[in-house]
Design a protein around this ligand. Structure first.
Ligand SMILES: *[C@@H]1O[C@H](CO)[C@@H](O)[C@H](O)[C@H]1NC(C)=O
Ligand SMILES: *[C@@H]1O[C@H](CO)[C@@H](O)[C@H](O)[C@H]1NC(C)=O
Ligand SMILES: *[C@@H]1O[C@H](CO)[C@@H](O)[C@H](O)[C@H]1NC(C)=O
Ligand SMILES: *[C@H]1O[C@H](CO)[C@@H](O)[C@H](O)[C@H]1NC(C)=O
Length: 461
């Protein structure tokens, strides 16, 4: 047995961690499926939909964005900021970094403008800032082979991080936790160490569905997800934020992975319900059919905003991390990010080969996320609108498809609005633990925490 004190201790630990575990979705700067650039009303509607999702008690109140810039302007703050203020949605901000210094400068200027304009109404909602999104994946051997688009070198990302810290130093966001979002394959690549050294946290984008070179049926998904998490935490020694994950309700078979509602429900129940409230999590994604469903559709609601499956976690059997207290740890020493350090059967990427074998996390995802963003940014303002949605479509299943698209975008794109892909919203609140807004939600939350904690306790004993 599990001693009562053990369980209580685990619960206490989980509860304290939960206070900061935001829950939300990724929100692109443009409508899905090659839609137009989103404006205030679009963001406000989406943030409200997220909060009203049936059975979730308003917990999905945080949004991850990919850009600070409102398309098609040069450096006006994205209208998502005003929408977040009006809906009390917390924000994980994003700076698009694969379109060069000028765009990064515009991104920083847009953020500074927003701070001046909105003050603490805005800055109090900001829970983090990611400088870049999958730029290192796109810059990798796999990313290049898969034509995922233009990426950035680690030294560039590190430079942009320093510029961002400097620009924010005299502002209310001077202490905002700054990270970078990428795939596990990038985090275990020792050549990217400069980025690891420069950040406060690392973002993990993980999509077992796309890991087509590995056994990736829905039954294998929890192992693939947690392997990616684990190697990222081990290689970086930094707190890992779950910046993108999800399972599509429709799309092609990717090796053993099938895209359908049943498997998307299972992924939500086993992975989502293990994450919500226990890790900072921005799901991919809220709405993908906007207005038309892309070939590979990740949304949790349909075009009429109705959930595709049960989002309550009530009947879920979450599969927690096999690493006992895997809460994001910053503890472990930062081992070098070298690939070699990872070993073990599962481990992904110890060498280039492995890495490539696991295209998914990175690649696939990246394609997605990646693609989206880039598109947005496109230099051409007109083109910028395409963004996000696109990305997914791009991605489409296999390599070739998506990538091409993505690359196309990328090339054209500049930074601008970037953003595309999807960002998520959510605030922590609801989640199980923590900060739930309402008593009800906290009840749900605590229930989840308890389940997770007990499961964790069993693993420990
Ligand atoms: C490792 O990272 C470097 C720098 O981002 C990149 O050039 C290289 O291609 C990556 N290695 C692999 C195997 O992808
Ligand atoms: C490209 O991505 C696909 C999956 O989308 C993967 O099977 C393939 O291995 C990747 N190619 C390379 C070279 O990594
Ligand atoms: C986590 O990763 C480390 C290093 O790669 C490995 O030694 C350990 O066995 C992994 N743990 C799990 C539970 O997979
Ligand atoms: C970018 O978009 C269109 C369509 O691709 C293209 O014809 C044009 O040359 C570029 N600009 C824009 C808007 O797309």
């Amino acid at each position: 047995m599990v001693g009562k004190s053990t369980v209580l201790a685990v619960l206490a630990a989980a509860a304290s961690v939960n206070a900061e575990n935001y829950i939300g979705f990724n929100y692109g700067a443009t409508k899905a499926n090659f839609g137009a650039v989103k404006v205030y009303a679009d963001f406000k509607e989406e943030f409200e939909i997220a909060r009203k999702l049936a059975g979730t008690n308003g917990k999905f109140n945080s949004a991850r964005l990919y850009t600070n810039i409102q398309g098609p302007s040069k450096d006006d703050p994205i209208s998502a900021f005003q929408a977040a203020i009006d809906t009390k949605t917390t924000l994980l901000l994003g700076i698009w970094c694969s379109a060069g210094q000028d765009i990064v400068t515009n991104e920083i200027n847009a953020l500074v403008k927003a701070i001046d304009k909105f003050g603490t109404k805005f800055t109090d909602l900001v829970v983090g800032l990611s400088v870049g999104s999958e730029d290192l994946y796109r810059n990798s051997v796999m990313g290049i082979e898969n034509k995922s688009g233009i990426g950035a070198q680690p030294a560039e990302i590190a430079k942009y991080i320093q510029q961002t810290r400097k620009a924010l130093s005299g502002t209310p966001l001077k202490s905002v936790p700054i990270g970078h979002v990428d795939t596990w394959t990038a985090w275990v690549n020792g050549t990217n160490q400069a980025v690891i050294d420069a950040v406060d946290w690392v973002g993990s984008d993980a999509y077992p569905y796309f890991q087509s070179t590995m056994a990736n049926s829905i039954k294998d998904a929890p192992k693939l997800f947690w392997d990616a998490y684990n190697v990222t935490a081990q290689a970086t020694g930094k707190e890992v934020w779950i910046t993108e994950t999800g399972w599509p309700v429709q799309g092609k078979d990717m090796n053993l992975a099938k895209a359908n509602r049943e498997d998307a429900q299972t992924y939500w129940n086993e992975i989502g319900c293990a994450l919500f409230g226990n890790y900072k999590t921005w799901w991919y994604m809220l709405r993908d059919a906007d207005p038309n469903a892309p070939e590979t559709e990740f949304g949790v609601v349909d075009a009429n905003l109705k959930p595709y499956y049960d989002l309550t976690c009530k009947n879920a059997k979450p599969v927690p991390s096999p690493v006992a207290n895997s809460t994001p740890s910053s503890s472990s020493a930062a081992s070098s990010g070298k690939p070699s350090s990872t070993s073990g059967p599962n481990s992904p990427g110890k060498d280039g080969k492995d890495a490539s074998s696991r295209p998914n996390p990175g690649s696939s995802i990246s394609s997605l996320s990646t693609s989206a963003p880039p598109s947005t940014p496109t230099a051409d303002s007109s083109n910028r609108s395409k963004p996000s949605g696109t990305s997914k479509s791009n991605y489409s299943p296999s390599a070739s498809g998506p990538s091409n698209t993505a690359s196309t975008y990328v090339v054209e794109s500049t930074p601008a609005s970037g953003t595309g892909a999807a960002a998520k919203p959510a605030q922590t609140t609801g989640a199980p633990g923590g900060v739930s807004n309402s008593a009800v939600s906290s009840g749900v939350a605590m229930g989840l925490v308890a389940i997770n904690a007990i499961v964790a306790a069993f693993f420990l004993l």
